[in-house]
Design a protein around this ligand. Structure first.
Ligand code: ATP
Ligand code: MN
Length: 464
């Protein structure tokens, strides 16, 4: 019995001489006058396909092999040989070709022609078969593996925080509500919808962050991380926002802001290094076809130190830049994408970690600095994508936290458990959130975030 192996394995010279079974999809077929056909076979295990030589002597050569078209699924029994051709170490001489499914070239859209990413979004069930989307899936997988490897090796515990929550962490107005009430005829109390009759006896939502629950575990077990889907109903149709995305959120007891920034920098470098090591062929493809700078940028970042700059310093630089920005720069305003891009792309030409933001633009849980004006927040900004990590040291002082909640009009009673963490054995702690898709966008150079998640959810669009 021939051994079943992947195309990626069959492309390596150590398989020369072995009888193997390959299973996958035909990319192209061409017939030689010398009495055989070349089949390019791909099974998703690598960007590159393998060349299969199907001799005319095969019993189904005329009836099957000569009719194979792009997208047909086949099994191939054959022998791996050294390839005389340039750019490939091996090829496979077929002993038998079995057809599983045809793909009518009249209607199957994935022929030689290159399609736009916009069009491919309308066929999300077929786009994984293209080179670009295969490469994205492999890089995404590599990044997820690195995320777990990194934290596991550093002694972090993987904690699962809830997806349905009744607490509104920071997402006022941006949350998807979860309900089993009959929307056509909801129960009313005093003229308002009576959520006491809803499934959870109160309004509940899809999570916008696992941070608050993550803090519970960090304040018991030390270093933890969550990694899961996150939902934001922000109506921003940008190339960097999804309504459903994946976020990695480490949370560490006894970490201050500088420790948090150090961790974020080491974490990103580890992910980038692993992708360069483990996905060289896919990265080569992105560098040639999508963005000619991605390889150079990643290599450079892995070697260099991120710039660290306070928000106040950043505002001074922006004000002195002489650029005319669409949104005015002034101390106290949130920085816009154009400002972030100027810092990372024009001025420093590398990732920048901004810290100590004005307290008025940041959530209640961030630790207040003694200056009375800023909080210990930090954002990691990268060229082109902008913010990929947002984090902070958390306020561990009960009285300051209560005062901040009052300032922001939050009802302390709803956060009794969060305040308990400060009441009993409080510790300095910090954490951050990395948006997985923003990281993949940065690594691959893909311009639109909808193309780096298998099934994008954005305003007005949840097909497939
Ligand atoms: P932005 O200002 O870019 O909208 P944010 O400040 O609201 O982001 P955080 O709440 O700090 O984001 O979330 C942490 C990280 O999650 C961000 O740095 C980003 O990488 C990612 N992220 C946030 N919102 C989205 C979104 N809608 N789609 C994809 N990723 C997101
Ligand atoms: Mn942020």
């Amino acid at each position: 019995m021939p051994e079943k192996i992947s195309v990626a394995a069959a492309r390596r010279p150590d398989t020369i001489g072995r009888e193997i079974l390959l299973q996958g999809w035909v990319r192209t077929r061409r017939d030689s006058k010398a009495g055989f056909s070349f089949i390019e076979l791909n099974d998703g295990s690598s960007m590159g396909s393998i060349q299969v030589i199907a001799p005319a002597a095969l019993e189904n050569y005329e009836s099957v092999v000569k009719h194979l078209t792009a997208g047909c699924s086949v099994s191939i029994d054959g022998l791996v040989k050294e390839s005389p051709g340039a750019g490939q170490a091996t090829e496979v001489e077929a002993r038998a070709v079995t057809l599983h499914g045809t793909a009518d070239p009249e209607t199957y859209v994935l022929q030689k022609k290159r399609h736009s990413f916009e069009f491919l979004r309308t066929i999300a069930h077929l786009r994984p078969r293209t080179n670009t989307f295969g490469a994205i899936a492999r890089v995404r997988n590599c990044v997820c593996r690195s995320i777990h490897d990194f934290f596991q090796e550093e002694g972090f515990l993987y904690i699962h925080t809830p997806i349905i929550t009744a607490s509104d962490c920071e997402g006022a107005g941006e949350m998807f509500q979860v309900t089993t009430l009959d929307l056509a005829n909801p129960p009313k109390h005093d003229g308002k919808i009576d959520f006491a009759q809803d499934f959870f006896d109160r309004p509940s939502y899809l999570t916008v962050s696992g941070q608050l629950e993550g803090e519970i575990f960090a304040c018991a077990l030390g270093k933890i991380y969550t990694f899961g889907p996150t939902f934001r109903a922000e109506n921003s149709n940008t190339s960097r926002h999804l309504a459903e995305f994946w976020m990695v959120e480490p949370e560490m007891a006894f970490f201050e802001l500088a420790d948090d920034m150090d961790l974020a920098e080491r974490f990103l470098k580890r992910i980038f290094r692993d992708v360069l090591d483990r996905c060289p062929e896919d990265m080569q493809f992105f560098n040639e076809r999508i963005d000619k700078t991605v390889l150079e940028t990643l290599h450079h970042i892995v070697e260099s130190r991120f710039v660290r700059l306070s928000y106040t310093e950043a505002v001074k630089l922006l004000e002195a830049s002489g650029e005319s920005f669409e949104f005015p720069v002034a101390w106290g305003n949130d920085l816009q994408a154009e400002h972030e891009r100027w810092l990372t792309e024009k001025h420093f030409k590398c990732p920048v970690i901004l810290f100590d933001y004005p307290r008025s633009i940041k959530p209640f849980y961030m630790k207040c600095n003694d200056d009375g004006k800023t909080v210990r927040a930090m954002d990691v900004l990268v060229p082109k994508v902008g913010e990929i990590i947002g984090g902070s040291q958390r306020e561990e002082r009960l009285d300051v936290l209560e005062q901040r909640m009052a300032e922001q009009g939050l009802d302390a009673a709803n956060y009794w458990w969060y305040l308990d963490l400060r009441r009993y054995g409080t510790v300095p702690h910090a954490g951050f959130g990395l948006g997985l898709e923003r990281a993949i966008q940065f690594i691959t150079g893909m311009g639109n975030i909808r193309d780096v998640i298998p099934f994008p959810r954005t305003p007005g669009s949840a097909d497939f």
